[in-house]
Write a protein that binds this ligand. Structure first.
Ligand code: NAD
Length: 269
């Protein structure tokens, strides 16, 4: 799918890039030639490690702490990437978290925290990226698009999830957020695409794969019968950000080993 160095000369910002899917995407983009800002919320050592891996492989990256739910911090982060690399071409809205509770027990704080990071964070980062893309426009020889925004959604954009209503609402919200800004920004040659991962092996869902029993139960939900890896999403994000995907905007690509195929109906329901 992806040839090497297809993002040469481009600048990317990956939110939540110190762990899991964000780390996998940041490494893949760097391998494809992009310079990458490694955003993190708390774990500087983990972010520095991602920068180190990229630099040792001959790439360029730096780490920057920002809580994506905070407007001023996001504005500062965009000023920093533009000051360091001159502009930005690719935004990967990846940062996300869960604060699970039964619906009737869910606190307003649990609700607001998840919506604040998972949905408002994507709004704040996308707005700053879009301003820079519009101001700069298409640069010939760099990319056919003026900019690319990739929104990390989830299969829970379409699969309801009891006990996780804040998370599912944030991902359902990302779907219409992504489509609406894709519609608004297309005339500016900006593409906006969603990725809907299924179960990817990261710290966010550790209890679902850390024992053989848990993993077997999880695999009942995955027709393709394996858990996904951050690298799977890294390859997809790289391709979506490249000119090979230049005619794709306003859709979510699910990468889930068939989790959205209603596996409960595989044996006649
Ligand atoms: P993870 O816990 O490994 O990583 C989450 C990242 O988000 C971390 O880097 C963390 O620093 C960052 N983050 C959290 N709060 C932040 C904040 N306020 N500001 C900036 N960064 C913040 O989990 P992951 O599985 O890699 O999740 C990444 C994204 O993928 C999330 O949006 C998640 O909803 C989505 N996703 C994951 C799966 C899966 O199975 N792992 C499935 C579907 C969707």
């Amino acid at each position: 799918m992806a040839s090497t160095k297809q993002l040469e000369g481009q600048v990317a910002l990956v939110t939540g890039a110190d762990s899991g899917i964000g780390k996998g995407v940041a490494l893949a983009l760097a391998q494809a030639g992009a310079k990458v800002l490694i955003n993190y919320a708390h774990n500087q050592a983990a972010a520095d490690e991602v920068v180190k891996i990229i630099k040792e492989a001959g790439g360029e990256a730096f780490a920057h702490q920002t809580d994506v739910s905070q407007e001023e911090q996001v504005e500062t982060m965009f000023a920093k990437i533009i000051q360091t690399y001159g502009t930005i071409d690719i935004l990967i809205n990846n940062a996300g978290l869960q604060k699970d509770a039964k619906f009737v027990d869910m606190t307003l704080d649990q609700w607001n925290t998840v919506i604040g990071v998972n949905l408002t964070g994507q709004f704040l980062c996308s707005r700053e990226a879009a301003k820079e893309f519009i101001k700069r426009g298409v640069v010939e020889g760099v990319s056919r698009a003026a900019g690319k925004i990739i929104c990390m959604s989830s299969v829970h954009e379409v699969i309801p999830w009891a006990g996780h209503v804040n998370y599912a609402a944030s991902k359902g919200g990302i779907s219409m957020f992504m489509k609406s800004i894709a519609q608004e920004l297309a005339p500016h040659k900006i593409r906006v695409v969603g990725i809907g991962p299924g179960a990817i092996q990261t710290p966010i869902n550790k209890e679902a794969w850390e024992t053989p029993q848990a993993l077997n139960k999880l695999l009942e939900l995955i027709p393709y019968n394996r858990i996904g890896q951050p690298d799977d999403i890294g390859k997809l994000a790289t391709w979506l950000a490249s000119d090979e995907a230049d005619y794709i905007t306003g859709v979510t690509i699910f990468m889930d080993g068939g989790m959205t195929l209603y596996p409960g109906f595989a044996d006649n329901g």
